[in-house]
Design a protein around this ligand. Structure first.
Ligand SMILES: [Zn+2]
Length: 137
């Protein structure tokens, strides 16, 4: 079973800190300076109070599986050789949920509530970005 080869993300000013952090091996989230809410996906404004006073910080990378599914068929390039694989919503210890793959274990062993930690494979090209994934903690 091969590793998933994700397409490269489209990086813009809202998402640059997240993708650059992931490529360094860090899970970077946003926190609103006004109301302290932590959010993901990255945005220019706080989704809670609409403040534009957003700061980035390195998250713990720890969380648990909120929900998951195992994909057994996917003909798309980069995915077809990696089945079966797990797609999960991981609820981070900081609060937000991240859609990501859970790797490094039997896909059938992944379950709701399972503790996981972020994992970062090197990008596949020099200009590439790393797509975070999770492994059992
Ligand atoms: Zn806010």
């Amino acid at each position: 079973m091969a590793e998933i080869q994700h397409p490269q993300p489209t990086v813009n000013e809202e998402t640059r800190a997240y993708w650059e952090g992931a490529t360094r091996g860090e899970l970077v989230l946003q926190r609103c300076k006004a109301c302290k809410r932590v959010q993901h996906r990255p945005r220019a404004l706080c989704v809670s109070c609409f403040s534009d006073e957003i700061e980035h910080f390195v998250a713990s990378g720890r969380g648990h599986v909120y929900t998951c599914t195992v994909t057994y068929q996917n003909g798309a390039r980069g995915f077809r050789d990696a089945v079966p694989y797990v797609l999960a919503y991981v609820e981070l210890d900081e609060g937000p949920r991240v859609l990501a793959n859970v790797v490094g274990c039997d896909p059938r062993s992944v379950a709701i509530g399972m503790p996981v930690k972020a994992s970062f494979a090197p990008p596949t090209s020099a200009e590439g970005y790393t797509v975070p994934r999770f492994t059992p903690a």
